[in-house]
Design a protein around this ligand. Structure first.
Ligand code: UTP
Length: 168
């Protein structure tokens, strides 16, 4: 079995209670950073790291995530009619970045439970986990760095960052 990491799981089924009220009706993963929702940066990072198969864990309130990576025929037609080829190309490319599929975590039972929902997608292969709300920008994508470490040593790898002490 190859130890190249080709699969990624993105748990995005949390309730986002720390970013209320922004996340009450809209998934926090859809909050925009400049002109793209956070989840798009995450998927782009995975793709730039060599990932080709992505499973996003959602819940019943997160269908916007599925829509974002789906084709939008009426919008596409309008853009073409208006001669906005660049915008058209961009939104179509977004749907072709990787093989993206979705599974619902039916009850919000925590991160471990969410990752377990990816069990059959992952099978017996190595996989990366990226958080749907954790955007990290770097020259070499962080996921690529972690995958390289895994491929070199054959062991699980975790990315961490230094935090200031939590104060309430
Ligand atoms: P977080 O604790 O950062 O996200 O979970 P949360 O639960 O949405 O946020 P708060 O704490 O209420 O503000 C880490 C990751 O695990 C996912 C979240 O979507 C996030 O990407 N998660 C968490 C699930 O997929 N399912 C869960 O049941 C819990």
């Amino acid at each position: 079995m190859s130890n190249q990491v080709r699969k990624a799981v993105i748990p995005a089924a949390g309730l986002g209670t720390r970013v209320l009220p922004a996340s009450k009706a809209m998934p926090k993963e859809m909050l925009p950073i400049v002109d793209k929702p956070a989840i798009q940066y995450i998927v782009e990072e995975a793709v730039a790291s060599g990932i080709t198969e992505i499973l996003i864990i959602t819940n019943r309130g997160k269908s916007d995530l599925e829509n974002h990576f789906d084709r939008a025929p009426e919008l596409e037609e309008r853009l073409l009619q208006a001669g906005r080829q660049d915008a058209y190309d961009e939104i179509v490319a977004l749907t072709r970045m990787a093989n993206i599929c979705f599974v619902r975590q039916k009850e919000t039972k925590g991160l471990g439970h969410a990752v377990n929902c990816a069990r059959s997608f992952v099978g017996n292969e190595p996989f990366a986990i990226l958080f749907g709300d954790d955007v990290i920008l770097g020259e070499t994508p962080v996921t690529a760095q972690l995958c390289q470490a895994y491929e070199k040593y054959g062991l699980g790898v975790v990315g961490t960052k230094e935090m200031s002490p939590w104060k309430r």
